[in-house]
Design a protein around this ligand. Structure first.
Ligand code: NAD
Length: 296
């Protein structure tokens, strides 16, 4: 492959494939026992959250999983929100709970995530779910991190021994992605805002995964020719003519001339994240049956 012979990895196509796989599993599972519903909980109205919910609802419909959108009032107390979550933990007809973020300032999101039973934690955000991935139990991993790994797998690169640089070390994206990559056998370097010379690390990587939240952070001089670039970032930028656009953390137009593979934003990690959420939901169903929760 020549240097300019880059390839966009089409997140929509990966999403469609994964959703078709999930749909087949849902149909099989439903033959013995109807699959429960996913409950999406938004606390207070937010246009940003509404977009996520709409995409998840579409993904659920494509996968054949019932999806219940709940909007709890902004003024709900922490105690009441927790009580409602615990109530859903005990219900057979609730397959999984999705806690949409951001939440109002008075709500402690970590505490609510911890209240979701690990077998209903389809987003993989409960500390117990995060802990599982340290033990290579990755079937219900945080969705965005798992989506990044799924897209990297699309390149066909041999994961064992692959030199991957993970840029960003947040609890919900960077750290879990690094653990998932290690579970695949990759050699992972984790960079963050205190890393001294980011380019020195990224330039020697076979694959760079970026989750920072800074538009154009990654330029062509930071990527090894032929490397894979997975862009998780979501940033809103305003062009000189006032047009508002969503871009990732990578200067895609220039980096694509160097990279072997690159994910677009939008249309890369985002759609795959939704599909992974549905895959996690089917895993939750299977694990709930295995735990003796659901009698067929
Ligand atoms: P965060 O703010 O929690 O973490 C940012 C990370 O970037 C930190 O680890 C920080 O150390 C690192 N960082 C900051 N500046 C840096 C620099 N100059 N060089 C290197 N590292 C630097 O963010 P997050 O929640 O992990 O999200 C990261 C991005 O991913 C955001 O743009 C977010 O919108 C996006 N995101 C996308 C999806 C999706 O489905 N595509 C899901 C979640 C988050």
């Amino acid at each position: 492959m020549t240097v300019s012979d880059h390839r966009f990895i089409d997140g929509k196509a990966v999403q469609q494939r994964l959703l078709a796989e999930v749909r087949a599993k849902v149909q099989e599972a439903s033959a013995t026992r109807p699959i429960g519903r996913l409950v999406s909980v938004s606390i207070g109205p937010s246009p940003e959250v509404a977009v996520y919910v709409r995409n998840q609802a579409r993904g659920a419909a494509a996968a054949g999983i019932p999806f219940d959108q709940q909007l709890w009032p902004s003024e709900i107390t922490q105690e009441e929100a927790k009580r409602l979550i615990v109530e859903m933990n005990d219900r057979d007809d609730v397959l999984g709970i999705i806690l949409q973020r951001p939440v109002p300032a008075h709500i402690n999101v970590r505490s609510l995530q911890s209240a979701i039973h690990p077998l209903k934690d389809v987003e993989g955000m409960n500390p117990a779910s995060i802990g599982n991935i340290v033990y290579n139990d990755v079937a219900m991993a945080p969705c965005t991190a798992a989506a990044a790994v799924e897209l990297l797998r699309e390149t066909g690169l041999q994961m064992q021994g692959l030199e991957v640089v993970m840029i960003g070390h947040s609890e919900i994206v960077g750290k879990p992605a690094a653990f998932l990559l290690m579970a695949e056998g990759a050699t992972v370097t984790i960079c963050h805002h205190m890393t001294r010379n980011l380019a020195m690390h990224s330039r020697r990587a076979d694959a760079v995964v970026v989750a920072v939240g800074k538009a154009h952070l990654i330029g062509p001089d930071m990527i090894k020719p032929g490397a894979a670039v997975i862009d998780i970032g979501i940033n809103q930028v305003t062009d000189p003519d006032g047009t508002v656009r969503i871009v990732g953390d990578v200067d895609t137009d220039r980096v694509k001339e160097v990279a072997g593979w690159i994910t677009p934003v939008p249309g890369g990690v985002g759609p795959v994240t939704v599909a992974i959420l549905m895959r996690n939901a089917v895993t939750a169903h299977q694990r709930q049956i295995a735990a003796g929760w659901l009698q067929s």
